[in-house]
Design a protein around this ligand. Structure first.
Ligand SMILES: [Zn+2]
Length: 370
């Protein structure tokens, strides 16, 4: 076992990563040490590194020099003295969503509602996140990282490290669909369906048996690729070519959709979200996972009368991660559509560029450690 490793670290906001040689950490009693094999680069990573301090001063960032890297997969190479049910050699995805373990929400089994909830290698959601970053300063852009054993999602042999490095965005979509009660026989509108998050919602909805998927996006060529995933169950609409609500009702006997998943990113106009809500049937549910930044003018009287729910959903938990891995292993969740674009750690800046130039959600940009 080596004692030092390479880690891409950010030393100052607005600069590039530098590849530094640092000590490999020891896992704490309830933690594991993972040799990272692949780490996804999510489209928002550059924003977090360069702009979040200014845009969202209430979201703590990892202290500098910082190791980033959100979606890591790899092998457990050491376990803490109190870890009983995870052994070395286990292939895992590390859920970076880390909670304090002892606050009201954590004790009640709702780790994502913890006020210290923190994405390792990304950012945190409250002042107490600083304590989490202190305990877990490592992440996927380093060759090794520590993590609580309770954060691990076991990987079946059939899921590659590269595909597993996509779990964060897939899990976000899965958790949203679960909160909306998605199941066989239902219809789901997915806005932003060709993007990283939206495509995840499409394949999870297929895996969950959703009968009709209404995929909305701008790029017609990519929309056709989405439709080809399941031509009988997926209808596609190029955004703006027809009012969304009219189109959905035309395909649902005039009713409207059961669920609307809003996966469009923060910069989009709120008219897209309002059109999605307008496409819902009475009793329908809208779940936002894209993080619209423009405030929505909601007609509460209409939402009340039609019993329409508007739900915010953040990330996913380990149980949802394990369920997805079982679905992938059984073949109900098809991860074969991703085209992996892999870069070694010393070419991480190229990888960040590649994310900007990717062709929709089909491309999966990852950093790999040999
Ligand atoms: Zn907590």
């Amino acid at each position: 076992m080596p004692t030092t490793m390479n880690a891409a670290r950010l030393h100052a906001v607005g600069t590039n990563f530098s590849i530094d040689r640092i000590e490999i950490p020891e896992p704490g009693p309830n933690d594991v040490l993972v040799k990272v094999r692949a780490c996804g680069i999510i489209p928002n990573m550059k924003n977090v590194m360069a702009h979040y301090a200014e845009w969202f001063p209430f979201l703590p960032l990892p202290p500098l020099p910082a190791i980033y890297g959100l979606d890591a997969s790899g092998d457990v190479v050491a376990v803490g003295s109190k870890v009983k049910s995870i052994s070395t050699g286990q292939r895992v995805y590390v859920n970076p969503g880390t909670s304090c373990g002892s606050c009201h929400a954590c004790r009640c089994g709702q780790p994502i509602n913890c006020d210290a909830y923190t994405f390792l290698g990304y950012f945190g959601f409250g002042p107490r996140s600083e304590t989490v970053f202190k305990d877990y300063p490592y992440a996927g852009f380093a060759e090794y990282m520590t993590a609580p054993a309770s954060s691990l999602v076991k990987l079946p042999d059939s899921v590659s490290y590269e595909a597993a490095a996509r779990t964060g965005y897939l899990g976000t979509a899965y958790s949203a669909l679960r909160k909306a009660g998605a199941r066989s026989g239902q219809s789901v509108v997915i806005s932003g369906a060709t993007g990283t998050l939206g495509l995840g919602a499409v394949i999870l909805a297929l895996a969950m048996g959703v009968t009709k998927i209404f995929a909305v996006a701008r790029n017609r060529e990519l929309l056709e690729r989405v439709r080809a995933l399941s031509p009988k169950r997926i209808e596609v609409l190029s955004a703006g070519s027809e009012p969304l609500g009219d189109w959905v009702r035309r395909h649902t006997d005039g009713l409207g959709a059961d669920i609307f998943i809003d996966a469009v990113g923060p910069g989009a106009p709120h008219s897209l979200s309002l059109a999605g809500i307008d496409s819902l049937r009475r009793g329908g549910r809208m779940v936002d996972i894209g993080g619209m930044s423009e405030p929505l003018p909601l007609e509460m009287f209409r939402l009340m009368c039609f019993q329409i729910s508007v739900i915010g959903s953040l990330w996913f938990d380990v149980s949802e991660g394990e369920e997805m891995m079982r679905m992938a292993d059984a073949g109900t969740l098809d991860l074969s559509l991703f085209e992996h674009l892999a870069f070694p750690l010393n070419r991480i800046e190229e990888a960040l560029e590649a994310v900007d130039n990717r062709v929709g959600g089909f491309t999966n940009v990852v950093v790999i450690h040999e």
